[in-house]
Design a protein around this ligand. Structure first.
Ligand SMILES: [Zn+2]
Length: 309
């Protein structure tokens, strides 16, 4: 038995498989990404806590002699085990290695892949059908987010898909839609662009806000950030129903039909989620980067085709 193998046995460390599973679950809880393992990293202790490791198990070090330089290198056994488990997950293509993730996000992190994401859902007994609503990142989704955020704003933007779309939802289109959602809500700092509402669930860190299409999907609206808007459930619904429009200067316009509504309608106690924007100068909340503001072509289409003047 190898020296490392013997140490693992002597200190009754968890098995590699157990650590792999704990890593997948922890990645999921941390929105799909964790930093490289280093001493003092919270994540190292967090997973150690899950296994209720004692002090010796957490601190014992492996000593290896670097013959070339004739010096002894000390690595905590627990870090070594974590690293080996993560590396093995990377070989199974369930996570991306920090050396590949850094090329995508500029951060040295382990990141779940789509397959790793599915495996984490399975381990946590979360139905796969919920995947559409979860905001946990994956390597493939982040690739799309990067592309959506970094594509230069076109002079002549067309918010519609030209080609005849295949009605069937493929794995690829499902990932594209998740990329769209992630990019849009991230751009708006997870807030409703109208009311500023920001809230996530404690269980799975999913956000209350949704990525709304300005030109709807049903009208062949594109899944890209220039045709997207981060909205809370209420304002998403009301925007789609034509109660609101967005002016070219990004102020919110409220339908005059609101005047014929019964005073009970659209109220939650004192909060009136439509009439609150009746003040003409109410400007919507926008992303930091101008290049990803909603496109005039999309918002003017919505004004002319969906809004009840
Ligand atoms: Zn809202």
């Amino acid at each position: 038995m190898s020296y490392e193998g013997k140490m693992l046995e002597d200190f009754v460390m968890p098995t590699r498989k157990e650590v792999e599973q704990a890593l997948l679950k922890t990645l999921f809880k941390h929105n799909g990404v964790i930093k490289e393992f280093a001493t003092g990293e919270e994540i190292v202790n967090e997973i150690a806590d899950e296994f209720s490791l004692n002090k010796a198990q957490r601190t014992v070090v492996l000593e290896r002699v670097y013959r070339k330089e004739n010096r002894i290198v000390k690595t905590p056994l627990w870090h070594r085990l974590l690293y080996r488990a993560a590396d093995s997950l990377a070989k199974e293509k369930l996570v991306s290695k920090p050396t590949s993730t850094v090329l995508l996000t500029n951060k040295k992190e382990w990141m779940l892949t789509e397959n790793g994401f599915d495996e984490a859902l399975r381990l946590l007994n979360i139905p796969k059908s919920q995947k559409e609503h979860l905001q946990t990142k994956s390597y493939e989704v982040q690739k799309i987010v990067k592309k959506l955020i970094e594509t230069p704003r076109p002079e002549n933007y067309n918010p519609f898909y030209n080609e005849k779309r295949v009605a069937k939802v493929t794995r690829e289109s499902a990932i594209r839609i998740r990329g769209f959602r992630q990019a849009v809500i991230e751009a708006y700092d997870y807030k409703c662009a109208f009311c500023g509402m920001k809230l996530n669930s404690l269980r799975d860190l999913s956000w209350e806000v949704e990525a709304a299409h300005i030109v709807p999907h049903s009208e062949k609206g594109k899944d890209d950030i220039l045709n997207g808007l981060s909205l809370c459930h209420l304002h998403h619904w009301a925007f789609d129903a034509g109660w609101f429009a967005i002016e070219n200067n990004f102020t919110i316009q409220v339908s005059s039909k609101v005047n014929s509504l019964h005073t009970d309608f659209g109220r939650m106690g004192d909060y009136d989620f439509i009439r609150i924007f009746s003040n003409k100068n109410y400007k919507m909340f926008l992303p930091k980067k101008k290049e990803i503001y909603p496109h005039q072509k999309a918002i003017s289409w919505h004004r002319e085709n969906k809004f009840h003047h």
